[in-house]
Design a protein around this ligand. Structure first.
Ligand SMILES: [Zn+2]
Length: 169
């Protein structure tokens, strides 16, 4: 995992185009860049930011997946992330660090003192491996996270979630 990813959104005026395109780039530690893959859920025409619509929803989802959340988990949390972060980005240009996304996730993580028990899916939201079957973490309960409406839950191995809590991701 790269620790220093930086996400940059900007508007690019192409030749003879009246409306600038919204672009989101990812910059890695070593300076390499790539265009953030757009995961299309609501807005086939592109990602957006600075308000709470469908383009911003797609940006929120795409960022959470690029961060490393499994897509089915990101689908449970991207609307919360949209309202908390994406809707508040400046309309023209912005940067968001991988750390800032991690901090947002970490603020929602909860230590739970019970056993992993039979949840909807005892699959780690970051590494995708089963939580119950991992003997190295079986002795310690997973970290858990709920969506704003309390209806969606994600679980993390402690070993996967701790770097989030420690700001080391
Ligand atoms: Zn894990």
């Amino acid at each position: 995992m790269s620790h220093g990813k930086l996400y940059t959104g900007r508007r690019v005026c192409r030749d003879r185009q009246i409306n600038p395109d919204a672009e989101v780039w990812v910059t890695l530690d070593d300076g390499r860049q790539y265009v953030l893959p757009h995961i299309i859920q609501h807005s086939p025409t592109g990602m957006e930011w600075g308000y709470g619509g469908s383009g911003p929803a797609d940006l929120a989802l795409s960022l959470l997946v690029d961060f490393g959340l499994r897509q089915e988990v990101a689908l449970s949390f991207y609307q919360d992330f949209k309202w908390a972060k994406i809707a508040r980005l400046p309309a023209t240009e912005w940067t968001l660090s991988r750390r800032e996304i991690g901090d947002w996730l970490a603020a929602r993580l909860i230590w739970f003192s019970d056993s992993p028990d039979a949840g909807p899916a005892c699959i780690c939201s970051l590494c995708g491996l089963p939580i119950e079957d991992d003997e190295s973490t079986n002795a310690t309960p997973p970290l858990r996270m709920w969506s704003q409406d309390g209806k969606q839950e994600a679980r993390f191995h402690q070993s996967c979630g701790l770097p989030l809590l420690e700001g080391a991701i």
